[in-house]
Ligand binder design. Structure first.
Ligand SMILES: Cc1cc2nc3c(=O)[nH]c(=O)nc-3n(C[C@H](O)[C@H](O)[C@H](O)COP(=O)(O)OP(=O)(O)OC[C@H]3O[C@@H](n4cnc5c(N)ncnc54)[C@H](O)[C@@H]3O)c2cc1C
Length: 418
């Protein structure tokens, strides 16, 4: 049976390793951490995944937390207006769209540790080791295919930056995440589990979403601050309680409607906070090893976008599913560079280009026609649902989001039907 090495035990690496294992491939998985270290470690993401991506997990029978994790049926947008005389902001846009199917966020500490245990229980070979380029040189000789799924780690340097597809050379947001228990519902829709996006023009965004974490159901408070602005204040904050206090202070100032339901929150655990920043980057898919071998990048290694649109895990799942199909279809043919490039090109054209375009658009101040679209979503449920649906399938934004003409046509059509 063909031998495949997967480096990195995240969404894309584990999904591929388990998928290949299920088809009888001899898979070695290399991870720089054990399952227990991941389980008891720091939170890594907010990892909200939408229906299309969750389908890939269901197809492989890996949706172990489906019944426990909150089912997210709504995606809301509440845009903060300018502060009034007292310094407090109210909402100038406020709506809740319905998602196709449902979304779910399962703390990666739970999911990745659980999937790693499953991989081993099913007879997979797990090597706990922080892989270096020279290790890859060695392993490439003894495997038919090496997949590098090491996220935003150092192995990314094996893959050349694709300048034409990477408009940014600096981080576009400073990120600060806190997992909490005790958040109340939004009073307008107390019964709907929803991701709440709260853009604060010129300042950043606050995202609030339900999750399943190591201590059960929880919510995530996730601030994205424009660098140098008032939300970019978490550097150097090491104490988790201080991190939460700062988050709440900023919520009270910029999004008082979200703060109002957060007055009784407590951190889920001491490792329930995360802060940092990274530069969105698209890389070339094939890494050349010093010894002459080639390796294929998967997930964040090759396409890293800012989490403002919550797409990285979704894309990683879609990438893993597409690569799995391509590996199976390859049969006994060699996994040569031409195959690697063609496989990534399919991922880029079907998934990653749409995510990258939309995410980079959302990082910039919205043009007039997009503000109009978001405003219209407050009047027409159909528009709110269509925008929410784009989180599930970002390619649909091509049809009504970027081009003012297309946006206008779509809004006239909806108004006509109304
Ligand atoms: C704050 C934040 C919020 C986010 N929110 C969302 C969201 O709501 N929805 C969404 O879809 N995406 C979100 N994302 C993005 C998402 O988390 C990532 O895109 C996704 O985890 C990428 O999966 P991956 O498998 O490519 O890499 P990763 O999940 O990063 O996994 C890589 C693995 O490789 C391991 N590794 C690294 N180097 C080595 C090495 N040398 N040797 C061995 N192992 C190694 C790492 O420890 C890790 O386990 C968010 C990201 C952040 C930072």
């Amino acid at each position: 049976m063909r031998k495949v090495l997967v480096v990195g035990a995240g969404q894309s690496g584990l999904q591929l390793a388990l998928g290949l294992q299920g088809h009888g491939y001899e898979v070695t998985l290399m991870s720089n951490r054990t399952a227990d270290e991941i389980r008891s470690g720091r939170v890594m993401s907010t990892q909200c995944m939408f229906d299309a991506a969750l389908h890939h997990e269901r197809d492989l029978g890996l949706d172990f937390w489906e019944s426990e994790a909150p089912r997210i049926h709504g995606l809301g947008l509440s845009v903060a207006g300018p502060p009034d005389a007292s310094g407090s902001s109210s909402r100038v846009i406020d709506w809740l769209g319905r998602l196709p199917g449902h979304a779910q966020s399962v703390d990666q500490r739970l999911k990745m540790a659980g999937w790693m245990d499953t991989f081993v229980e099913r007879g997979g070979r797990l090597v706990v080791h922080g892989v270096t380029v020279s290790d890859l040189d060695y392993f490439a000789r003894s495997n038919d295919l090496v997949l590098v799924a090491a996220g935003r780690g150092e192995l990314g340097s094996l893959f050349a930056r694709d300048a034409a597809r990477s408009p940014h050379t600096e981080p576009q947001r400073a990120l600060a995440v806190a997992y909490v228990h005790g958040l109340g519902p939004r009073p307008e829709h107390p019964d709907v589990e929803a991701v709440r996006c709260n853009p604060i023009p010129g300042v950043g965004e606050l995202f609030v979403m339900p999750t399943l974490t190591t201590s059960g159901r929880a919510d995530i408070l996730f601030l994205e601050g424009i660098p140098g602005g008032p939300l970019d204040v978490f550097q150097g904050v090491k104490d988790p309680s201080e991190h939460l206090a700062l988050t709440l202070e900023l919520m009270e100032r910029f999004t008082p409607w979200e703060y109002a339901r957060a007055t009784k929150v407590e951190l889920t655990d001491e490792r329930g906070t995360l802060s940092g920043r990274f530069t969105p980057t698209v890389r070339r898919p094939v890494g050349q090893l010093p010894g002459g071998g080639a390796v294929l990048g998967v997930g964040d290694v090759v396409v890293t976008n800012d989490p403002i649109t919550g797409q990285g895990s979704n894309s990683a799942a879609k990438c893993a599913a597409l690569y799995l199909d391509a590996i199976l279809a390859r049969g006994d043919e060699p996994f040569d560079e031409a195959w690697m490039t063609a496989t990534f090109d399919r991922y880029w054209s079907e998934v990653a280009q749409h995510v990258t375009k939309w995410t980079n658009a959302m990082l910039a101040p919205p043009p007039e026609h997009v503000l109009g679209l978001f405003g219209a979503a407050g009047e027409h449920q159909e528009v709110a649902d269509r925008v929410a649906g784009g989180f599930n399938d970002p390619s649909d934004f091509e049809n009504f989001f970027y081009d003012p003409e297309l946006t206008g046509q779509y809004l006239r059509q909806v108004a006509g039907q109304a």
